[in-house]
Write a protein that binds this ligand. Structure first.
Ligand code: PHE
Length: 463
């Protein structure tokens, strides 16, 4: 078969929005606000931003540079860098392969809630047991999962420029406007609680942004640091091959470091705004104890809050789930692309064939994930102390074990085996200034692998 020329993004904006689309996902909306509210408000925000500018910057730059330099998919890029280190590529490709099925299952839940609110049935979603009944159903979750998968597949099928880039250019700006809109609305909420006190959104905002330092000793500080690190790592979509794939489509003449900075700013800003959107609303209607994270925040608490808002609730709920859907689709398609590009490069497949094969595989595993709540229900205790079923096990294995391994190995390969100039030269090949060189070197060689090692040991329950 004739080898087709590799797709590319049209320009740096397309690349930045696509990568930001991958980065901005469910984690920004359902986990970041919770961690910030729990971990000392402004203190968490401060630590997170410092980590983003150091740790995040170093890892993000590395992956994008590997992609652009090798012009290869995650599966084949590492092999091209160093023959003996090709195995990292296999890991880096297994991660998105594992994430795709359960990301689609959750994406399906988002579609379901979006439709529920859009059709004016938001109040039903606020009833006790609604979410549990839905996910334990045997057909509905599968149908919605397939819908989400097909939506991502169509975009990837169309290709890099017309699919990924165009979609990101439309969805990301809209997402941003919607987040800002709901965040402003959230700040204006006033509500009289059962004790007769008037609680306002601005009071909730204070909990979020004012640093709380009382009672924070070394141990507590360390815990917050690791929370922020884990969140950042996941939020930037690092170590799942995605940034290598997207980096390989980045035009050679774009400014890599500047693009990386823009991705980080976008991702962090949306995470911050998600906090402004969620925390005041939860605070006003549920009090400071109402904050939770993950599916229970998004699919249980927030619908109850929307119901409290009366007529406005259905509108705010619809807008909210629309923006979550955009966040999920742009992340979902990036996961799919990481695998599809790997199949294309390794097995010299066409985009069509690679997409069809990966979609069928994701479909089979996606059904297994959905059935994890009924036919295949079982629970196991995970090494990090939490209890989970199929979805949680896949999430644990990919995010907590495989991703740190990929990232640590990448740091060792670049920092010690190949030397950092591989990345720095790539990033400054058009004469750009690489001003944080010293920081980059220290991060990749020492600090990042150390922090990631601690994160891995903690995930394994060894620390
Ligand atoms: N980075 C995304 C977030 O913050 C999550 C994600 C996971 C994206 C897996 C792509 C792949 O939610």
């Amino acid at each position: 078969m004739k080898e087709k020329s590799r797709g590319t993004f049209n320009g740096s904006i397309g690349f930045v929005l696509a990568a930001a689309g991958s980065a901005v996902g469910l984690g920004n909306i359902w986990r970041f606000p919770f961690l910030a509210a729990r971990d000392g408000g402004g203190l968490f925000l401060f630590i997170y931003i410092v980590l983003a500018l150091t740790f995040g910057f170093a890892l993000l730059t590395t992956e994008v540079a590997i992609g652009r330099k090798t012009k290869q998919s995650p599966l084949t890029a590492y092999k091209k860098l160093h023959e003996k280190w090709g195995w990292i590529g296999i890991f880096a490709c297994i991660v998105p392969f594992m994430i795709m099925p359960y990301y689609c299952a959750i994406g399906g839940w988002v579609i379901k809630y979006f439709i529920t609110f859009l059709t004016g049935s938001g109040k039903e979603a606020a009833m006790d047991g609604y979410f549990g009944n839905f996910i334990t159903g045997t057909t509905e979750p599968v149908i919605y999962m397939v819908l989400f998968l097909v939506a991502c597949a169509v975009i990837i099928f169309v290709g890099v420029e017309k699919g990924i880039e165009k979609t990101s250019k439309v969805m990301m700006p809209i997402l941003f406007v919607l987040v800002v809109g709901i965040a402003i609305f959230s700040l204006t909420i006033r509500h009289t609680n059962p004790a007769g006190e008037v609680v306002t959104g601005l009071q909730g905002l204070k909990i979020y942004i004012i640093p709380r330092l009382d009672g924070i000793g070394i141990k507590e500080f360390f815990r917050i640091l690791m929370d922020a690190l884990g969140q950042l790592f996941y939020s930037l979509s690092i170590a799942m091959g995605i940034l290598i794939a997207y980096g390989s489509y980045m035009p050679d003449d774009t400014n890599l470091v500047r693009s990386v900075n823009q991705i980080e700013i976008f991702d962090t800003l949306v995470a911050f705004l998600a906090g402004v959107m969620v925390i005041p609303a939860v605070y006003v209607f549920m009090g400071p104890e109402g904050m939770s994270s993950g599916p229970s925040l998004m699919f249980v608490s927030l619908p109850k809050i929307f119901a409290e808002m009366g007529v406005l609730g259905d509108i705010v709920g619809t807008v909210f789930f629309a923006l979550v859907l955009f966040a999920a689709i742009t992340s979902g398609m990036s996961i799919l692309e990481a695998v599809v590009s790997s199949f294309m490069d390794e097995f010299k497949m066409t985009r069509t064939r690679a997409t069809v094969i990966e979609v069928l595989l994701a479909l089979i595993f996606g059904v297994i994930v959905c059935f994890g709540y009924n036919y295949l229900y079982f629970e196991v205790k995970l090494p990090n102390g939490s209890v989970g079923q199929v979805l949680d096990i896949m999430d644990y294995a990919s995010n907590y074990i495989m991703m740190p391994i990929v990232a640590i190995s990448t740091c060792i390969l670049i920092g010690w085996v190949l030397k950092v100039d591989v990345v720095i030269d790539e990033a400054s090949k058009n004469g750009e200034r690489f001003s944080r060189r010293g920081l980059y070197v220290v991060m990749i060689r020492f600090i990042a692998p150390l922090l990631l090692g601690i994160l891995l040991l903690m995930s394994l329950g060894l620390l």
